[in-house]
Design a protein around this ligand. Structure first.
Ligand code: HEC
Ligand code: HEC
Ligand code: HEC
Length: 508
């Protein structure tokens, strides 16, 4: 008789590193544990370690907000099973927030291997780490400890076994080669963008999510009976992935071939080889479009794998979303409290300081009026709207003179009216120029920022994926502000247009 399989969803993250949400600056931001929570609803929620901290965000200034994030993440992941990663120990064993699994680690309170029952299927979970990654904590050899954990879990009735590996892919693969009985191992260190496909190691499977909650691993396990290994079923999801990959390659080839055809110097043999590749891909695409849906294997345990990008199209879990709203507020409160009475960095003796846009307006009114129509005049409001204006992850690029000599800090930025991306962000501190009524000699104000300036200072790849200097300059220059320079740039796409296109492409 054909037994209908029971479906169990396993969802895993790793190396979230104290990043519950993405910044939201780029056109298609990835991440957000409120979306992970939605994905994990009704299934088994796992994290393979380094959930709490990013060691680079633990300077005395940033430590309070990093601790607030770690505490919130521990609460949000309260119903998940979580492994121990190197970055969790950035503040020592006492700084670890929430229950952790690491069967070979000694010297801190840890959760023992757990069995969770999902839809009647018993899933055993244990953590194991590479000892050097958790030094100075003591850790035993991973292999015997993992073997013991598997035994314990089987005794408790576990039908599927998952390892949360506080180790990189190579080390995890090594573990799977030696230790029998692990069905899935989730890599927890150096995961980067994660693994698009799972990797078989004997009868076990290796999987890796992407860091910062950008990509979650989703294993849809169809369980029939305990015993036989779980095989991969490249079902609908995998078919779609292959199809999409082919479509992307087809699109690239079509544009490239069109360009090469216009170029008399292009190598004919090379172009014709690419044309053949294109034809083959188009054929393959047709076949895949026509193929009948693949049937899942009968009478055996199988799983489907997906590396899910955490896009805005996945709804946010309302409870977690509310928690993140509270976290944003808490971060502001703890930062303001810790910054109280702190002086901003003074300017070198005789060097100019930041004075703010009101001063510029006395003599450059047309420039100020024009600036008010640009998005730079909204940069602060953008943060206020999400209650992140006192967050050290955000404020630096959304205000003027941030932590610069003669500039502002958290305490002074509003009082001194240096919110938004004002004139002095690009032209430099203006006090001397203003004092000398614009006749400062030699000039203390920069006429034209260096070409690399915008991209290096604020419009980085992570925060401004659509940035290109000339189109963006077309938006910030115009009537009353660098009108001649604007005319020299000529017609062409503007930054706003590039951005709009990218937002549309992302479905936002
Ligand atoms: C008291 C009047 C006054 C104030 C206030 C003032 N400027 Fe000027 N600014 C001038 C004058 C005059 C010039 C020179 C115009 C010229 O030579 O064409 C000038 C020139 C400039 C230039 C072009 C420099 C160059 O070398 O061509 C920039 C940039 C500039 N100002 C920015 C600012 C900024 C930013 C502020 C506010 C911090 C500011 N100005 C405040 C009067 C002023
Ligand atoms: C390194 C500089 C930098 C940091 C840090 C930064 N931003 Fe931004 N942010 C930008 C830039 C540049 C843009 C404009 C992007 C563009 O239009 O190309 C932007 C745009 C935005 C937008 C508008 C997006 C839109 O679609 O209009 C939001 C919202 C935002 N940032 C929020 C944040 C938050 C929240 C943080 C902190 C978690 C943050 N930013 C940290 C540079 C930064
Ligand atoms: C995002 C960067 C940026 C901001 C913000 C900015 N500028 Fe400029 N500004 C430029 C660039 C770029 C030029 C053009 C330089 C060139 O190519 O000649 C320029 C040119 C100028 C000039 C000389 C040309 C002219 O029109 O007289 C003045 C004066 C000036 N800016 C004043 C201001 C003032 C005042 C503000 C604030 C209201 C401001 N700028 C804000 C980047 C900026």
């Amino acid at each position: 008789m054909w037994v209908l399989p029971v479906l169990v969803a396993i969802v895993a993250t790793a190396e979230v590193k104290g990043t519950p949400e993405p910044c939201g600056c780029s056109s298609d931001p990835l991440g957000d544990v409120a979306r992970v929570a939605t994905l994990a609803k009704g299934g088994l929620w796992l994290d393979a370690g380094s959930l709490s901290y990013n060691p680079e965000e633990l300077s005395p200034e940033r430590r309070p907000q990093s601790e607030a994030k770690a505490a919130a993440l521990a609460h949000i992941y309260g119903r998940a099973l979580v492994g121990l990663g190197a970055d969790d120990l950035a503040l020592g064993p006492k700084g670890v927030r929430g229950a952790r699994q690491a069967c070979n680690v000694r010297g801190m309170a840890l959760q023992s291997p757990r069995v969770q029952t999902i839809n009647g299927v018993k899933i055993g979970v244990f953590g194991v780490v590479t000892p050097s990654r958790v030094a100075p904590l003591k850790a035993a050899e991973p292999v015997p400890a993992a073997e013991q954990a598997v035994k314990t879990l089987r005794k408790k009735g576990a039908q599927v076994i998952v390892a949360l590996a506080g180790m990189n892919r190579l080390e995890t693969r090594q573990l799977l080669k030696t230790v029998a009985g692990i069905d899935f191992a989730i890599v927890g260190a150096d995961v980067g963008d994660g693994m698009e496909e799972p990797e078989p190691v004997g009868t076990s499977w290796l999987a890796a999510p992407g860091d910062l909650a950008r990509y979650a691993v989703k294993l849809d396990v169809s369980f029939v009976k305990a015993g036989p290994p779980i095989v991969q079923f490249a079902g609908e999801a995998a078919r779609k992935r292959t199809l999409q990959k082919a479509q992307r390659r087809i699109a690239t080839l079509q544009t490239q071939i069109a360009e090469w055809k216009k170029d008399p110097t292009a190598d004919k043999a090379f172009v014709s080889a690419r044309e053949n590749e294109l034809a083959e891909l188009q054929e393959q695409q047709l076949m895949m479009g026509r193929a009948l849906p693949v049937m899942p294997p009968k009478d055996s345990n199988y799983f489907e794998y997906e590396l899910v990008p955490m896009r805005h199209t996945i709804p946010r879990d309302p409870v977690v979303a509310a928690e993140l709203t509270r976290l944003a507020h808490t971060i502001g409160q703890v930062n303001l409290a810790a910054a109280k009475g702190k002086e901003p960095m003074p300017a070198e003796p005789g060097a100019p300081t930041y004075v703010g846009i009101e001063a510029c307006g006395k003599c450059h009114k047309p420039a100020v009026d024009f600036w008010k129509t640009t998005v730079h005049a909204q940069a602060w409001k953008t943060l206020v709207d999400v209650d992140k204006q006192y967050n050290y992850d955000c404020i630096g690029c959304h205000v003027t003179g941030w932590e610069k000599p003669g500039g502002v800090n958290l305490v002074t930025v509003e009082k001194r009216k240096l919110v938004d991306v004002q004139c002095e962000t690009c032209h430099g501190p203006g006090s001397k120029h203003v004092e000398e009524a614009g006749l400062d000699e030699p000039r203390t104000i920069t006429r034209k920022p260096a070409d690399r300036y915008c991209a290096d200072a604020c419009h980085t790849k992570e925060h401004s994926d659509t940035f290109a200097l000339v189109p963006y300059l077309r938006d910030i220059l115009g009537k009353g502000h660098g009108e001649k320079a604007r005319a020299r740039l000529g017609d062409g796409p503007t930054g706003g247009e590039l951005r709009k296109k990218a937002l549309e492409a992302a479905g936002r």
